[in-house]
Design a protein around this ligand. Structure first.
Ligand SMILES: Cc1ncc(C[n+]2csc(CCOP(=O)(O)OP(=O)(O)O)c2C)c(N)n1
Length: 336
């Protein structure tokens, strides 16, 4: 059974100086991400979304905590597990739902699906299905910022399979040699599709050794604790801006659902992991643990009001997306 190297971390004390408004804003982002994913999870079996979907339920704290430290003009890239970074960068939920439903108002005109989201005005330059690409693209954006003497940074979200691509090593080396202001966000959820990382394509897979060997600053962080994610990524982003150097963070987390689709996969009897393991990791839930902290502060009423508002709003947006128009034949050749 795969266990976390961290204890269940309920320590959010570093966030104590934050105002009630700011704390509720963080919870809003966490719960909003979770609920949007749950709507997709619940609606997916109705067969109206004609796209594979890779849900990130269980991994919300990483994108929320990192994106809270970004500016609108920073540039974000991700891979197939794209919804959470898209949502955290304030990408439109209406456009997300339309994209999944293959509608014209989708973020890619309904032609890209879940793995090709885009929200340029929010700095989310795109997700791609081809592993390793987000790493290369983020380095290109970082190089552009540097050449244009802009103070912005670029960010790549990826899992461990991307680190098995040649492009990733060349890119990390390039970023180190050329002082590129890029944050590499490695979401270590322990699995690639249905294979544990330790059975992957590399002998003695050790990103820390690789990254440090290339001269890049490496941090390891509990990716299920929003406070740790927020403060460590703030430190990394300040470091990147001050030194114009890349930083690589390995966030430890866990994907609750199957690799692709809305179901728990222990129920599918494929047995690459057990129900016991998934239940163990659910105790590390990034949304529930932060909620408990806020309830202890006496914010119960604010939380239930906030949750109700989000549920109502997101459900209405989904209904609106369902009714919106499909692309017509002529649209096939636009934006290609
Ligand atoms: C270059 C390339 N090789 C293989 C695939 C097929 N593929 C899609 S997702 C995936 C596993 C990704 O696992 P990981 O990087 O750990 O991310 P996670 O799904 O855990 O978020 C694979 C092998 C691909 N999309 N691109």
């Amino acid at each position: 059974m795969i266990k976390s190297p961290y204890k269940i971390n309920k320590n959010f004390s570093k966030l104590n100086p934050f105002s009630k408004k700011n704390l509720l804003n963080i919870y809003h982002k966490l719960y909003f991400s979770r609920f949007v994913e749950e709507v997709i999870q619940n609606e997916y079996p109705n067969q109206q979304m004609k796209t594979p979907t890779h849900l990130g339920i269980g991994q919300e704290a990483i994108s929320v905590g990192v994106c809270l430290n970004l500016k609108k003009k920073d540039a974000i890239f991700s891979h197939h597990r794209s919804h959470l970074p898209y949502i955290s960068s304030d990408g439109s939920i209406y456009k997300l739902f339309c994209e999944l439903l293959g509608k014209k108002n989708g973020s890619s005109g309904g032609k890209g699906g879940s793995v090709h989201l885009c929200s340029r005005s929010n700095g989310f330059y795109g997700s791609t299905a081809i592993l390793g690409q987000a790493i290369g693209l983020a380095a290109g954006a970082g190089l552009a910022f540097k050449l244009k003497k802009k103070k912005n940074i670029s960010v790549a979200f990826f899992g461990n399979s991307s680190l098995e691509e040649g492009l990733s090593f060349e890119t990390l080396n390039f970023c180190s040699l050329k002082n590129i202001p890029t944050l590499f966000v490695y979401e270590n959820n322990f699995y690639s599709t249905e294979m544990p990382n330790y059975k992957g394509d590399m002998k003695n897979f050790n990103p820390q050794k690789i990254v440090k060997g290339l001269g890049i600053k490496y941090l390891k962080v509990d990716g299920n604790n929003i406070s740790d994610v927020f403060f460590k990524s703030k430190y990394a982003i300040d470091y990147i801006k001050k030194n114009s150097r890349p930083v690589f963070i390995e966030f430890i987390t866990y994907r609750w659902l199957e690799h692709c689709g809305p179901y728990y996969d222990y129920a599918l009897k494929r047995y690459y992991r057990t129900k016991k393991e998934v239940m163990y990791w659910k105790k590390f839930c990034p949304v529930a643990s932060f909620k408990k902290f806020l309830i202890k502060k006496g914010f119960n009423k604010d939380i239930s009001l906030l949750e109700k508002k989000i549920n109502k709003k997101v459900n209405l947006i989904y209904k609106k997306a369902l009714k919106s128009k499909k692309p017509i034949l002529k649209d096939l050749q636009t934006n290609v």
